[in-house]
Write a new protein. Structure first.
Length: 138
């Protein structure tokens, strides 16, 4: 009885050491279990790879690459770009408003859309025109 009392006193004093020993034993058992399952999985993978290697290999179908070849040809030789006139990316178009009463916008592409080049002769005799312009002095 005295022996059991000494053991129980030792357990009360050093219970954390007994608990730590129990945890270490559980961890050791977990390592052994995981090692065994790892070897089992390795065996399964070896058997599977043998089955895959021994299968009859079928040739792959050829892939249609005509669209990719055309795109590659277009990329390697792009069309030439012409940014000179009448292109309006770097040469913007000038717009000018008509004189009243119309006041629409006129696209000035060449510069001859308005002003002296656009004036036409009229059927008014020269003398009448000069009299109207000068206020009757002529």
């Amino acid at each position: 009885m005295d022996f059991l009392k000494k053991i129980s006193d030792a357990c009360r004093l050093h219970y954390e050491k007994f608990l730590l020993t129990l945890v270490l034993l559980v961890l050791a058992a977990a390592v052994v279990y995981l090692n065994k399952t790892k070897t089992d999985e390795e065996d399964k993978l070896r058997e599977f790879s043998k089955g895959v290697e021994s299968r009859k290999k079928t040739p792959l179908k050829l892939v249609e690459t005509a669209a990719n070849d055309a795109a590659r040809k277009l990329i390697t030789s792009p069309p030439s770009l012409n940014f000179s006139l009448p292109h309006h990316l770097f040469n913007p178009v000038k717009w000018q408003r008509r004189p009243p009463p119309e006041t629409d916008l006129i696209k000035m592409g060449t510069g001859k859309e308005m002003g002296w080049p656009k004036m036409t002769g009229s059927h008014i005799p020269r003398a009448t025109l000069m009299r109207e312009l000068t206020g009757g002095i002529w």
